[in-house]
Design a protein around this ligand. Structure first.
Ligand code: SF4
Length: 591
């Protein structure tokens, strides 16, 4: 065993971000929890920091303090998940530059392990840091750390099934959860969403899509419903409310039959029902969402898939999305890249999900909708491929079918085609304008009430350290000039902008008042006509700046005269006194 000293290990959450492994806040990823689970099991003291907390520490205390902190630890374990960190609202994954800085500041005798997809990607791009006692894990970071703790040697390791369960369970009440900044407390729950790993691998492991790494993992390994339910129960004990089932390449083939023998294994409705209903039995569970689905499996086995779809609609929270990987509608691309489903299979799967998932749930969202993924640059792609993709999308829309999210990305890895950037952007823009725009208006119609929007940033789409201070979180900022951005909890939520300040980290309900390119605008309900600010009034469609000013001045005059801050009994009375026509459409915004 590596001797435990008075100092502690530092677990740095650099955030993972894969389609089947969310880990950027408000999510807490499973791999970082497994690392903490290893330390918990070995009874080694440690501190957990998110990379955003680490940045704040450097910002407030300075680089020297960070270096001092690093010289004081027994070891460091970090997961870096995003090769090129994109734009995120609530947290930004660790970058290569930051990773380099930490390694540079770390005294040579302190053991360090870095794992996650970004580490593999940076290594492939030629990053090769030379330092003794530094290990870049390419297999399971948790198992590699555990082996180091036991033997003092660095060696690539894979976790066994028993270790998987142990570390998942001990990770559920580790500091990655209890000290996560998004957990909140009993008085004010945060938006933390617990990503739980259901299985590993893909049923197409023998001949999977050529761009995908999942087939390399071999025959899928499932965790049992009991094991997962127990883990989530432990997470609830730590205060977790919201959960996403991740690590599933296909929700429908969880514990499917004939995985080794059949091209299209047969979905098994029982285990997924046992898992979902088992999770729902715990009343502490808030939002429950899931992961991807394979449309060809659904299309080839409609009967069991229908049963599973009904279970999903029954147990998941509204706004759930099943991402379908079509990648390309071109049969030549399909064949050349061993893709998983063709257009006919896709349409059949979309019809089934729409049949049960279209209805709206408690928060105002359709219960369960398919998402659709396209990849550009696959072998065999020509300009006709983009036309076929567009034709397919128009056919889907002409049938009146709904899609929640169309994701268009470029292929990664070697051995693929150069992408014609002009064709690619033209395709993307056409989809955004002719498909996404109208879909957004249909999914979030004007006047629709959306509940429990969690407010996250002011005046920009990135959360800043200042946003956690009282001037942004206290009730006194409500109604001030500016913009507030927020989202409902769950997978792929729509971004909602409101044209005045709302206390951050609070939740409220809104009415949809407008549509942007990939976001919507709204105004809160339950506005108090005796306290509402000019900016709040201006945000209501039909009330302009001048009218809002007129209403506010009238109210101020009355309060001055009467000394009573509850100047008017109803908003109608206020409008009448200010000589402003009342429109019944305004009622929805007021108490
Ligand atoms: S079906 Fe999905 S997970 Fe399986 S190989 Fe294809 S892309 Fe990968």
């Amino acid at each position: 065993m590596v001797e435990s000293t008075s100092s502690r290990w530092l677990v740095l959450d650099g955030y993972e971000d894969e389609p089947a492994a969310f880990g950027v806040p408000p999510y807490v990823g499973f791999h970082i929890r497994y690392l903490c689970g290893v330390l918990e099991q070995a009874k080694i003291e440690y501190d957990y920091f998110t990379i955003d907390q680490w940045r704040d520490f450097i910002r407030t205390e300075g680089e020297d303090a960070a270096a001092k902190r690093l010289s004081d630890i027994s070891g460091i374990a970090c997961i870096a998940g995003a090769i090129v960190p994109g734009r995120y609202l609530r947290g930004t994954p660790i970058s290569l530059k930051e990773t380099r800085n930490i390694i540079r500041q770390l005294p040579a005798n302190i053991p360090a392990i870095f794992g996650g997809w970004a580490i593999r990607g940076w290594r492939q791009q030629g990053w090769n840091p030379l330092r003794s006692n530094l290990f870049l894990a390419v297999q399971d970071t948790d198992a590699t750390l555990s082996n180091f703790i036991q033997t003092g040697q660095w060696k690539h390791c894979r976790r066994t099934a028993e270790q998987w369960t142990q570390w998942a369970h001990s990770g559920a009440n580790s500091k990655a959860v209890t000290q996560h900044p998004d957990l909140g407390d009993e008085e004010k729950r945060g938006p933390l969403t617990y990503e739980v790993e259901v299985y590993q691998g893909c049923v197409r492991y023998k001949r999977g899509c050529k761009f995908c790494i999942e087939p390399k993992k071999g025959v899928p390994i499932w965790r049992t419903p009991e094991d997962i339910i127990k883990e989530v129960r432990l997470a609830h004990d730590s205060g977790v409310e919201h959960v996403r089932l991740g690590g599933m390449t296909d929700t429908y083939t969880y514990m499917a039959e004939g995985v080794k023998e059949l091209e299209y294994p047969i979905p098994n409705p029982q285990p997924i029902a046992k898992l979902l209903h088992g999770l729902r039995e715990d009343e502490r569970l808030g939002i429950l969402h899931t992961d991807n689905a394979n449309p060809s499996i659904i299309a080839e086995h409609l009967e069991p898939s229908e049963e599973i779809t009904k279970t999903l609609v029954e147990t998941l929270s509204d706004g759930a999305v099943l991402s379908f990987g079509l990648e390309s509608a071109d049969p030549n691309v399909h064949q050349a890249n061993w893709l998983n489903c063709d257009s006919a299979q896709l349409k059949s799967a979309i019809r089934l999900i729409n049949k049960y998932g279209k209805q709206r749930g408690e928060r105002g969202l359709p219960k369960l909708l398919p998402g659709l993924n396209f990849i550009a640059g696959l072998n065999g792609e020509t300009s006709a491929t983009y036309d076929m993709n567009l034709d397919l999308l128009h056919e889907i829309r002409n049938e009146g079918l709904l899609l929640r999210r169309i994701n268009i990305r470029q292929v990664e890895g070697e051995g693929f085609q150069e992408i014609d950037s002009e064709l690619f952007s033209k395709f993307k823009n056409t989809v955004r304008n002719t498909i996404d725009g109208p879909l957004l208006e249909q999914l979030f119609p004007l006047g629709k009430k959306l509940c429990n929007v969690h407010w996250e940033t002011h005046d920009g789409r990135t959360r800043l350290a200042a946003h956690q201070t009282e001037s942004h979180t206290e009730e006194s900022c409500r109604g001030n000039a500016g913009i507030t951005f927020g989202r409902q909890i769950g997978a792929y939520p729509i971004l909602i902008g409101v044209e005045y300040h709302i206390p951050l980290e609070s939740q409220s309900d809104i009415i949809v008042t407008g549509h942007g390119a990939r976001s919507i605008t709204g105004v809160e309900i339950n506005l108090d006509h005796n306290r509402v600010s000019q900016k709040q009034l201006e945000a209501i469609p039909g009330i302009g700046e001048k009218t809002a000013w007129k209403l506010i001045s009238q109210r101020a005059k009355k309060i001055r005269k009467s000394g009573d801050i509850n100047a008017y009994e109803s908003p109608m009375q206020l409008f009448e006194a200010a000589n402003v026509d009342w429109d019944s459409d305004f009622s929805v915004f007021f108490e």
